[in-house]
Write a protein that binds this ligand. Structure first.
Ligand code: NAD
Length: 276
């Protein structure tokens, strides 16, 4: 697909590491100029500098803050003259006092009980330990952030009158329900946002799709206990987590003209795990 995105101007949120960085690398390798946005300003700049080709930029941006997003897109408009592709990738699985520790401890104990052949009695509670701030942080980054960035990008796409493409990174957890409560809920919201925007933006020539990665080997997994990661991997038919580049390949496809008739789609890339 080399050159498939020649002349395109792309924005990747959370592009400093993990899946976002792999997406930025893939889009740049395919010929796009890339704006890497990340809450970690230094890492965003470093990631942009390391991309193939020239003309990339790295900017500090907290996607949960609409003022920060609008300021970043104003800089992008100045540097690139517009936007053709937005990849809404920034996400988090943790907020302050969000009950994750209690939930993971209970889940690990349940798994151990089952492994010992005992009836599981340990509670993997998160809801009753969840603070308002913990809930808001994850919803603010994972769901509000995608709304803020889509709005800013589509204002530029609409002004340019040339259509565009948006790819939102959701998660298999949106369908399975497995994972932290706020995280699962936010990712289900991402699917709704994707489908609603696909309908709304079709007449503008803007396609909106989502990718459901399964467990992927990135720093975000460091917040998940090793025993749970091992259990996750054991349940994957292909026998391992995804590599970030394997998720990036799906994103590059949806962002390209090769996916010209795909909008409102959710592409699952999860090593064959059963999905409802
Ligand atoms: P990661 O933690 O390795 O990287 C996330 C990046 O987003 C970091 O560079 C971080 O600084 C940035 N970021 C966090 N909050 C931000 C904010 N408010 N504003 C801007 N940038 C912010 O995570 P990852 O594993 O690469 O995950 C990327 C996306 O893929 C997320 O949306 C995640 O939910 C999703 N996902 C990951 C997995 C997985 O197993 N790794 C599975 C399914 C979905």
């Amino acid at each position: 697909m080399s050159g498939a995105l020649s002349g395109k101007r792309a924005v990747v949120t959370g592009g400093a590491q993990g899946i976002g960085r792999a997406i930025a690398e893939r889009l740049a390798a395919n010929g796009a100029r890339v704006a890497v946005l990340d809450i970690d300003a230094g890492a965003a700049g470093g990631a942009a500098e390391a991309l193939a080709g020239g003309g990339h930029i790295g900017l500090a941006c907290d996607v949960s803050d609409s003022g920060s997003v609008d300021a970043a897109f104003a800089e992008i408009a100045g540097a690139f003259g517009g936007v053709d592709i937005l990849v809404n990738n920034a996400g988090t699985g943790r907020g302050p006092d969000d009950g994750s520790d209690q939930m993971y401890a209970g889940a690990a104990e349940r798994a151990a009980q089952i492994a010992r052949g005992e009836a599981p009695t340990a509670h993997a509670d998160q809801l009753i330990h969840m603070s308002d701030a913990g809930w808001r942080r994850v919803m603010g980054v994972n769901l509000d952030g995608m709304f803020h960035c889509a709005r800013a990008a589509v204002r530029l796409m609409a002004a340019g009158g040339h259509g565009g493409g948006i790819v939102n990174i959701a998660s298999t957890s949106a369908a399975s329900g497995e994972g932290p409560l706020h995280y699962v809920t936010s990712k289900a919201g991402v699917v709704g946002l994707t489908r609603a925007l696909a309908r709304e933006l079709a007449t503008r020539g803007i396609r909106v799709n989502a990718v459901h990665p399964g467990p992927t080997d990135t720093p975000i997994m460091q917040s998940v206990p090793d025993t749970m990661v091992a259990a996750m991997e054991a349940a994957i038919p292909l026998g391992r987590m995804a590599r970030p580049a394997e998720i990036a390949a799906a994103v590059a496809f949806l962002a390209s003209e090769q996916a010209s008739y795909a909008t409102g789609s959710v592409l699952t890339v999860n090593g064959g795990s059963y999905m409802v």
